[in-house]
Design a protein around this ligand. Structure first.
Ligand SMILES: [Fe+2]
Ligand SMILES: [Fe+2]
Length: 193
């Protein structure tokens, strides 16, 4: 990927996100690229997926409704009720139609970065973990996760899913069925695609 192409993506993204969200996205992009090099994933795909993973995070309610109508987006009932989850599938649509990203692997890494799924690809795991380890993140357990993300992506991914489950249970939130399937897959030794 050429430098000017990366710059264009960054500029377009910075226009559509609040400052903190944009800085988080740069952090996830950097972490994704680092892990791609470490674990043998495609560097450019990791760059784009990491950078754009939250591209639909700062949409207003009206913009979200318009987007769903315009692209005839189908969301499962749990995602529809859950605004913090919705920006991931919507992000995949925005990345495709507004940033011109056609690569299915990149779009899936954006689509599943909040709830995960059974059989995550290496790129999907990288973006999922990077979202929780980028330098601005600070929560109990982040150091353990950062350490694992430097050694073993499967171990890091398992810790990340576990953290997310515990966090949601402690908050009294519902757990998306995809996350439960992802966890069961990990327990059964599924290494993903
Ligand atoms: Fe997100
Ligand atoms: Fe994020």
């Amino acid at each position: 990927m050429k430098n000017h192409e990366e710059k264009l993506l960054r500029e377009k993204l910075s226009d559509s996100l609040r400052k903190k969200r944009y800085e988080h996205s740069l952090g996830v992009c950097e972490e994704s690229v680092r892990m791609a090099k470490e674990f043998g994933a495609d560097r450019d795909k990791a760059f784009v997926a990491g950078l754009l993973h939250d591209c639909a995070k700062c949409l207003t309610k009206t913009e979200t409704d318009e987007l769903i109508k315009k692209y005839d987006i189908e969301l499962d009932s749990m995602t529809k009720q859950c605004e913090p989850v919705m920006h991931a599938p919507l992000g995949a649509v925005v990345a495709e139609h507004e940033y011109g990203i056609k690569d299915a692997e990149i779009l899936d890494a954006i689509r599943y970065h909040t709830v995960a799924r059974k059989g995550m690809s290496l790129l999907e795991k990288i973006v999922y973990v990077a979202d929780m380890t980028e330098p601005h993140r600070d929560y109990p357990g982040v150091d353990e996760l950062r350490k694992a993300s430097k050694k073993d992506i499967d171990e890091a991914y398992a810790i990340a899913v576990k953290c997310s489950l515990i966090h949601n249970i402690n908050k009294g939130s519902v757990i998306h069925p995809n996350t439960l399937e992802a966890w069961n897959d990990i327990c059964e030794g599924g290494k993903g695609k």
